[in-house]
Ligand binder design. Structure first.
Ligand code: MN
Length: 289
């Protein structure tokens, strides 16, 4: 008789921990960059992750005036406050607390992202998700969901899961649709001492960012503290236990395994494509996009 262990899912373990780097971007917005740093260049298909959060208006009031993007998707998720976005094609709206904007820049947009508030807490994340080579020059597209559109699953142990993308073990599905990298994007609140489990595709990249509290992960029970990002090893299942009431993002997606060439706000597959992006932007500011 064979061992039952062969059917046991492979647990993901903490492989790498980073606290990121304090930086500023846009017009002086203070933030912590967690992906796209000297310590962590990228986690395929994730190109960048910024966390921002301040009650001081001077830390965010400058916002992100008009700037271009080409070749990837930006995912803005707000925990608190309001941000107004406006692009070169006339698309405009406000992201409010609990809302998400999954924007595919495709062949090019120019947009601004500005705080829609003059005081109080502004807190959230921006994640850059790469597009496969064949989709980098597609038409720009938006998926926008407000707090009411995002399903929340409540578990018996007091945990609650806000599902932005992907499907939980309990079958709750998030509204974002992305066939390129099949993402999972969860915002999990886990009470002190409670456990959380999530099945994942084995070879998908996965990370956790702890917003508050502390987690111990996998069978090794390595700990991940507040404001730390942890990359998880490959495996079928993520297991987390909270020390103190905790809240964290769990994000996973299929890696693209393609060449990545960055040129500031443009991320392409070759140097020539990045140079072309600068040229197109200077010539027409993507207005023909
Ligand atoms: Mn932007």
């Amino acid at each position: 008789m064979t061992s039952l262990n062969q059917h046991r899912p492979a647990r993901r373990e903490l492989q790498f921990i980073t606290s990121g780097r304090a930086t500023s971007d846009g017009d002086g917005v203070k933030m912590t960059r967690l992906i796209a740093t000297p310590e962590l260049n990228m986690l395929d298909p994730f190109l960048l992750l910024d966390a921002f959060g301040s009650e001081q208006a001077e830390d965010y009031i400058g916002g992100f005036p008009a700037h271009p993007h080409r070749g990837f998707e930006t995912v803005s998720y707000l925990l608190a406050g309001r941000m107004r976005h406006k692009d070169s094609a006339g698309h405009e709206g406000v992201i409010e607390a609990g809302g998400v904007q999954w924007m595919s820049a495709g062949r090019g947009i120019v947009h601004s992202e500005m705080p829609e508030q003059e005081n109080g807490l502004l807190q959230g994340f921006q994640l850059w998700v790469n597009l496969p080579a064949r989709e980098k020059m597609q038409k720009p597209a938006y998926q926008e969901f407000s707090v009411e559109d995002i399903a929340v699953e409540h578990l018996d142990n007091g945990a609650s899961i806000r599902v932005i993308a992907g499907t939980t073990n309990g079958g709750t599905r998030g509204p974002v649709n992305n066939q390129y990298v099949d993402p999972l994007y969860l915002d999990v609140a886990l009470p002190d001492g409670q456990r959380f489990a999530q099945l994942t595709r084995k070879a998908h990249s996965a990370f956790i960012f702890v917003i508050e509290g502390e987690l111990s992960l996998g069978d090794t029970k390595q700990t991940l503290g507040t404001c730390q990002l942890g990359i998880l090893s490959e495996g079928d299942e993520i297991l987390a236990r909270a020390s103190g009431d905790s809240r964290f993002l769990l994000v996973a997606a299929r890696p693209l395994h393609e060449a990545v060439v960055r040129g500031g706000p443009f991320v392409m597959n070759t140097e020539a494509e990045v140079l072309q992006a600068y040229e197109d932007f200077q010539k027409n500011s993507f207005l023909e996009a």
